[in-house]
Design a protein around this ligand. Structure first.
Ligand code: URA
Length: 243
């Protein structure tokens, strides 16, 4: 479509999308080149500047619960901000709420969540003591479809603020959607897993590992062994770091 053919509604839509995409690309998502500092570019929510220095988990959660920045806000029952330890050893990031999470307003509480809890517990991690569990999108995509790029872009600011506030020692990304959104790549878990990479935020460098989503393990046995290798790798890196 040529610029002249666009209606003003089209132009407004594209401008809105570029705005969220710009926020997303300029955020703390891993990049060799970008070491995003909140002091440089203040994050905004709904057009309003957010002071990260005054941020708190509860404040972020309240904004998430009231958020209508994308169409998922219209169809959800409950937004799912995330839960866990406020000073986590590991921040686990999944894709987005499913039906059970939408009903309860809590992350990973369905079958995949039960398996996630077992996977974490196998390496002495748990959401009640030393992990925080969050998602790329905080509201359920209808029918459990993957979130659309505009939806994850519009939610990116919340995740970024959560990471900045939580300052986890490690990040574990489960599944393609988390890996691709956080690492800004089109590569899939099969290629990204099995090695640590770095997530840079606020001048800090957080070791980050990708593994399969627990629901992939529920559907196919072939992912169980590599996922277990990844968990052992995470455990040994935690021990190396004195955690
Ligand atoms: N799958 C996810 O990625 N996140 C949840 O919270 C639940 C299922």
């Amino acid at each position: 479509m040529l610029n002249d053919d666009m209606t003003s509604a089209d132009k407004e839509k594209i401008a809105g999308f570029l705005h969220v995409a710009g926020d997303f690309l300029g955020s703390g998502y891993i990049s060799e080149k970008i070491d995003y500092q909140f002091d440089d570019i203040p994050p905004t929510v709904d057009g309003k500047t957010v002071s990260v220095k005054d941020d708190s988990l509860e404040q972020i959660a309240d904004e998430i619960r009231g958020c209508k920045n994308c169409p998922l806000g219209e169809t959800r029952k409950n937004a799912v901000p995330g839960e866990g330890a406020a000073n986590p050893l590991v921040l686990v990031i999944g894709e987005g709420p499913g039906a059970e999470e939408d009903a309860q307003g809590r992350p990973f509480v369905g079958n995949a969540g039960k398996l996630l809890d077992k996977m974490l517990s196998s390496i002495d991690l748990s959401r009640t003591t030393n992990c925080f569990i969050a998602n790329v999108v905080k509201c359920r995509p209808p029918g459990n479809r993957d979130p659309h790029p505009q939806e994850s872009a519009s939610c990116a600011n919340f995740l970024q603020r959560q990471i900045s506030f939580l300052k986890p020692k490690f990040i574990l990304l489960v599944g393609n959607v988390a890996a691709q959104n956080v690492l800004k790549t089109t590569d899939r878990v099969g290629k990204l897993r099995g090695k640590f990479t770095e997530y840079k935020i606020d001048g800090a460098v957080i070791p980050l590992l990708v593994t399969y989503h627990p629901s992939a393990l529920l559907h196919s046995d072939e992912y169980k062994r590599p996922a277990w290798e990844d968990l052992k790798l995470l455990r040994s890196k935690i021990e190396e770091s004195g955690g």
